[in-house]
Design a protein around this ligand. Structure first.
Ligand SMILES: Cc1cc2nc3c(=O)[nH]c(=O)nc-3n(C[C@H](O)[C@H](O)[C@H](O)COP(=O)(O)OP(=O)(O)OC[C@H]3O[C@@H](n4cnc5c(N)ncnc54)[C@H](O)[C@@H]3O)c2cc1C
Length: 363
């Protein structure tokens, strides 16, 4: 049924923390907007993460604009705390989130944007894409060669140790997810961790204070990609609160370098070593999925071209990208900075009062 057209000044695609933070500012502007969310429940991305996930940012740095994260500011919330917080946030500020509304296409028509879900067509003067920095699970090509007798899953599909068959488990990926999952599984399984490229380990706490306290105090968290130090930082991934040696000594996890080949059930590493695991967990990251957007705002690799989320297509924005502007851009406690920036752009580009909120077909 594509006969109904809903008109809004602004459509936000994605109702995660980025979409909600923007919603807060749009609502304060009194703007006519709606947030289209693909999932049937709020905080969908967090719900899909593993049960024991603990944040690397403390509650002090977990709040979106207008509402602090509840509880002791020095605690490290878990997945369910974030789900509860985001769900409450959307309700508290009465943000117009429409669930079960996956956007299938976005294109420019007659000077406005046409946004289509399965059963509705929307028109908006301005659109913000806040569909998350971690969309499509990524696995290396060698994963395809793994014998089907070995269970393999992506970190986004991992829930808890009981779901992983007994026997040696190979976790591939030396980032925060790989380290957290390997440490948890080590309580019940023989665990191997393959680290393709070493990330710089940073302690979670230094002299009794959280790492992010220092990043705030020194201003590093707000250094933008336009600064030299920001560019340098954005090129390096960091491992927060974990160290290869601790994982080895405290949890008995065996470390391997990059997994370079798979023949049948055998995985070979770059040092020539090999392993026949019972299960493989690919903690190898995500990429983006923007095939549904028909606008000239992507580079040859499909990455959004933007300046702090503002694209060259008037009225089209991105929000929540990793390093969209600073290290904080894709983090709960700092996404508000970019959200506010986009809200200001939206306000400046909004047509005059008389043109606002008119229904399709009406003057
Ligand atoms: C394992 C892991 C641990 C993390 N830990 C922390 C942490 O400790 N602290 C921290 O600050 N950050 C952390 N992050 C980073 C970041 O906070 C999260 O990734 C967060 O979920 C990003 O929020 P978002 O709103 O940008 O995207 P998402 O939360 O991914 O939300 C995007 C929403 O858009 C919806 N969507 C997607 N496509 C469409 C479409 N076509 N139409 C409609 N809706 C759509 C999705 O259903 C989703 O609800 C972590 C990330 C990961 C992966």
């Amino acid at each position: 049924m594509h006969d109904m057209t809903d008109r809004h000044e602004v459509i936000v695609v994605g109702g995660g923390q980025a979409g909600l933070a923007l919603g807060y500012f749009l609502s304060r502007q009194g703007r006519d907007f709606t947030i289209l969310e693909a999932a049937a429940e709020p905080a969908a991305a967090w719900r899909q993460r593993w049960d024991s996930l603990q944040l690397f940012t403390s509650a002090r740095y977990g709040g979106l604009p207008g509402q602090a994260f509840p509880g002791d500011p020095d605690r490290y919330p878990n997945r369910d705390d974030v789900v509860a917080y985001l769900t409450d946030y959307a309700g508290r500020f009465e943000l117009p989130v429409q669930l079960d509304s996956r956007v299938r296409s976005l294109r420019q028509v007659d000077g406005t944007y046409e946004v289509k879900t399965d059963d509705r067509t929307y028109r908006a003067d301005q659109v913000v894409v806040a569909t998350g920095p971690f969309q499509r699970p990524q696995r290396p090509e060698i994963a395809e060669r793994l014998d089907p007798s070995v269970r393999q899953l992506h970190s986004s599909e991992y829930g808890r140790p009981e779901d992983v068959a007994s026997g040696p488990v190979l976790v591939v990926g030396g980032g925060n997810s790989g380290f957290q999952i390997a440490a948890e599984l080590a309580g019940t399984h023989e665990v191997h961790l393959s680290i393709g490229s070493r990330q710089k380990p940073l302690p979670q706490r230094i002299l009794g204070r959280d790492l992010f306290w220092y990043l705030e105090a020194t201003g590093l968290i707000r250094k933008s990609t336009e600064s030299r130090i920001g560019r340098r930082m954005s090129g390096k991934d960091t491992l927060i609160g974990s160290r290869p040696r601790t994982l080895q000594r405290r949890h008995g996890v065996r470390l391997h370098p990059r997994a370079v080949d798979i023949q049948g059930a055998d995985v070979t590493f770059s040092d020539g070593g090999s392993l026949r695991p019972g299960a493989v967990i690919w903690a190898t990251g995500y990429d983006s999925e923007y095939a549904w957007i028909d606008a000239p705002v992507f580079d040859e690799r499909g990455r959004p071209l933007h300046r702090r989320g503002v694209t060259s297509s008037p009225g089209l924005y991105f929000l929540g990208l990793t390093w969209q502007h600073t290290r904080g851009s894709a983090l709960l406690g700092w996404v508000k900075d970019d959200a506010e920036h986009i809200a200001v752009q939206i306000n400046q580009s909004a047509p005059t009062e008389s043109g606002r909120g008119t229904q399709e077909g009406q003057p």
